[in-house]
Ligand binder design. Structure first.
Ligand code: HEC
Ligand code: HEC
Ligand code: HEC
Ligand code: HEC
Length: 141
């Protein structure tokens, strides 16, 4: 009897340790490589994912978290606003022309933040959402 139970205990313990190591590994390789100010501010997994040990990106929860910290008073983020409450336009070069655009308040309306801003992967500055149609020369942090 004793002999047959021991391997089971060993297996259970191994599984426990493996589980713990996996959580640790997940946290270790989930370094924030984009939006460096977040790393400096010491944001925790829960701040963005809404849960302590996230295993996937729940985009709806993440979007709600971004807005939780960054929203203008109307529940959208439109950057700095002018006195009429519109997003302020900045100059961007677009294939040798210059366009005034407000990245956060454009003709396409509300967009999920993570269409442009990433956290654990480096941002893709060429393929930001707008550049499916435009060729804005932008840099995302
Ligand atoms: C817990 C609050 C919090 C959450 C959640 C949060 N942020 Fe931030 N974010 C900050 C703070 C604080 C800064 C520092 C600058 C500031 O004061 O605005 C910052 C800075 C930034 C910057 C500028 C980064 C830089 O390096 O210059 C961007 C872009 C940004 N956040 C986007 C996002 C997006 C997108 C999300 C959702 C994925 C998000 N934030 C979630 C608090 C938060
Ligand atoms: C269409 C792409 C795009 C989307 C979607 C987007 N951003 Fe940005 N964001 C940018 C770019 C590009 C910058 C860099 C500043 C610039 O050139 O205007 C930026 C800069 C920022 C900054 C730094 C301060 C500022 O306003 O310039 C914050 C904070 C920020 N974004 C938060 C958000 C949040 C929160 C969301 C979602 C509600 C979001 N962004 C959605 C493109 C985007
Ligand atoms: C600043 C907000 C933010 C913080 C803090 C954050 N995440 Fe994320 N996470 C994201 C976003 C946004 C995505 C979507 C993919 C991307 O942008 O890199 C994501 C994706 C993921 C994914 C899905 C797999 C992948 O790589 O796309 C996992 C797993 C994950 N995060 C785990 C974590 C863990 C663990 C922590 C804490 C150590 C953490 N995240 C902290 C915003 C955050
Ligand atoms: C599905 C295609 C598409 C997407 C995506 C798109 N645009 Fe446009 N945009 C257009 C078209 C078409 C025009 C009109 C022709 C032109 O001026 O290039 C336009 C015009 C503009 C103009 C000029 C408007 C004016 O009044 O002069 C700005 C600024 C602009 N877009 C900003 C943006 C920004 C910022 C994004 C991303 C948040 C974006 N667009 C995403 C198709 C798109």
């Amino acid at each position: 009897m004793k002999k047959s139970i021991l391997p089971l205990i060993v297996m259970a313990l191994t599984a426990l340790f493996a589980g713990a190591t996996m959580v640790y590994a997940a946290q270790a390789d989930k370094k924030i490589v984009s939006m460096k100010l977040h790393e400096k501010e010491g944001l925790q997994c829960e701040d963005c994912h809404g849960e302590k040990n996230p295993t996937k990106a729940d985009q709806a929860k993440i979007y709600a978290s971004c807005l939780n910290c960054h929203a203008n008073s109307d529940g959208t983020y439109r950057g700095e606003l002018d006195d009429k409450g519109n997003g302020i336009e900045k100059e961007y070069s677009e294939s040798r022309k210059t366009k005034m655009a407000a990245m956060h308040d454009s003709h396409v309306g509300k967009l999920r933040c993570t269409l442009c801003h990433t956290s654990h992967k480096a941002p893709d500055n060429k393929n930001i959402y707008c550049n499916y149609c435009h060729q804005f020369d932008v840099k995302i942090k």
